[in-house]
Write a protein that binds this ligand. Structure first.
Ligand code: FAD
Length: 391
């Protein structure tokens, strides 16, 4: 069986990893000109963690993790207003750069990846899918998988006009080199919030500092100059922001996007199937996107490996994944008001809750709330993908 996976991100690479071990002929196409390193920090836990464990990736991920032992809010003068010290329960929550997670999977994938290319057109017949790529080449495959993120090209081509649900915010992230600032932030994740605005900073190894910005924006249109927007909205908020914003790069080093969720009735159309954020994006407010993308890739591979009618496997995969996705999307929408409070009184209530969570045992409850849920997704039907690692 031949599959072309569009998008070499977390979901696409995880699917490639599993399908090639199940005997499939796999090829990936990726729009970026080269492998996408860096990015933003993700908390990685739950079902994706279980999948990574089965893939034998944990030693590598443990090496790449960044220790974060305190979450704290600061005011414009950089003074801490509330904090949660994380002392326990962190064993199964890894703070990783998105690029480090993707790299750990990619280094273990043998399938060829064509960079700087995408799918231009796709035509299905009873026997397969005929593809034309943007580099002018063509392919005949048994299955096309769109694992190409929230702005999916495969979705646009095959599923018509699906409009992601805009959550009223835009997000930006970038990394700078600054030994002194990196040391000053240490192992804390520090955040500053003002109504409708959130800026966060955490230190990375090698004297680097990662920055995250989230701001309320009723208009979903992306700005022509996102760095200028960040400077305008956050530049006079004090703390370390004027300094780090003066070194804000332009895209692609600056990640900038709308915050959206993708909800679709059908994730598949015959021999074309969507995976990860392309069909199930939960948004950064929910914080489970990468772990669910890996879980979904595992479930899809499991259903495909179970054999039988190829066009029936995607429907079974959707049935298994969809309830967990709907739950997490609901959680994400409810969490907006706490992660990006829209008023001063909400910020005060959030700080109060944060202080309560700092009482003895609160950190474990907090971490457990992150890592709970979705574990029953990783129960094999095919048996082919059971066990730890299959080379
Ligand atoms: C700021 C932020 C914080 C987050 N925090 C967390 C967290 O704490 N925990 C968590 O689990 N998740 C988190 N997420 C979500 C998580 O990063 C995503 O849900 C996850 O990366 C989805 O994986 P994916 O493979 O579907 O998409 P992606 O990882 O986005 O990969 C899609 C790939 O497709 C490529 N592509 C795009 N368009 C095309 C095209 N037309 N043709 C070919 N290739 C294409 C892209 O370049 C990319 O490589 C966060 C997201 C953001 C933005």
């Amino acid at each position: 069986m031949k599959v072309l996976i569009c998008g070499a991100g977390i979901a696409g690479l995880t699917l490639a990893w599993h399908l090639e071990r199940a005997g499939w002929e796999v090829e990936l196409v990726e729009r970026a000109a080269a492998f996408r390193d860096g990015g933003y920090m993700i908390d990685f836990y739950g079902p994706g963690y279980q999948v990574a464990e089965r893939m034998g990736l944990l030693p590598r991920l443990l090496e790449s993790r960044h220790l974060v032992d305190e979450l704290s809010y600061v005011d414009r003068d950089g003074r801490r207003t509330s904090r949660l010290t994380l002392t326990s329960g962190l064993e199964q929550v890894l703070s990783l750069l998105r690029g480090d997670l993707a790299r750990a999977i990619a280094d273990d994938v043998r399938a060829p990846i064509t960079y700087g290319a995408s799918v231009e057109s796709a035509e299905q017949s009873a026997h397969g899918v005929s593809l034309r790529l943007t580099d002018g080449t063509t392919r005949e495959v048994d299955l096309l998988v769109g694992a190409d993120g929230t702005h999916s090209r495969v979705r646009e081509l095959s599923f018509g006009d699906v409009l992601p649900r805009y959550l009223g915010h835009q997000v930006a992230a970038y990394i700078i080199e600054d030994e002194a600032l990196s040391r000053r932030i240490g192992t804390r994740y520090r955040m500053l919030t003002e109504p409708g605005l959130m800026a966060g900073a955490y230190a990375l190894r090698g004297g680097r500092l990662a920055l995250l910005f989230l701001h309320r924006e009723p208009d979903p249109a992306l700005p022509a100059d996102p760095a200028a927007v960040l400077r305008r909205r956050f530049g006079d908020l004090g703390w370390i922001l004027p300094e780090v914003l003066s070194r804000c790069p332009d895209p692609p080093e600056l990640y900038y996007d709308q915050v959206t969720q993708v909800e679709m009735e059908r994730w598949h159309q015959g021999r074309i199937v969507l995976l990860g954020d392309a069909c199930q994006a939960v948004s950064l407010f929910a914080g489970h996107g990468a772990t669910l993308a890996m879980a979904a890739a595992w479930v899809l591979a499991d259903e495909l490996a179970a054999g039988g009618d190829l066009s029936a496997a995607p429907a079974r995969y959707q049935r298994r994944m969809a309830p967990a996705i709907a739950d997490v999307q609901g959680f994400g929408r409810r969490f907006i008001q706490w992660m990006a409070p829209s008023s001063r009184w909400r910020i005060t209530v959030r700080d109060l809750l944060f202080r309560l969570a700092a009482l003895p045992g609160g950190d474990r409850l907090f971490v457990n709330s992150l890592s709970a849920g979705g574990h029953n997704l990783i129960t094999s039907r095919s048996g082919l993908l059971d066990g730890v690692r299959q080379d």
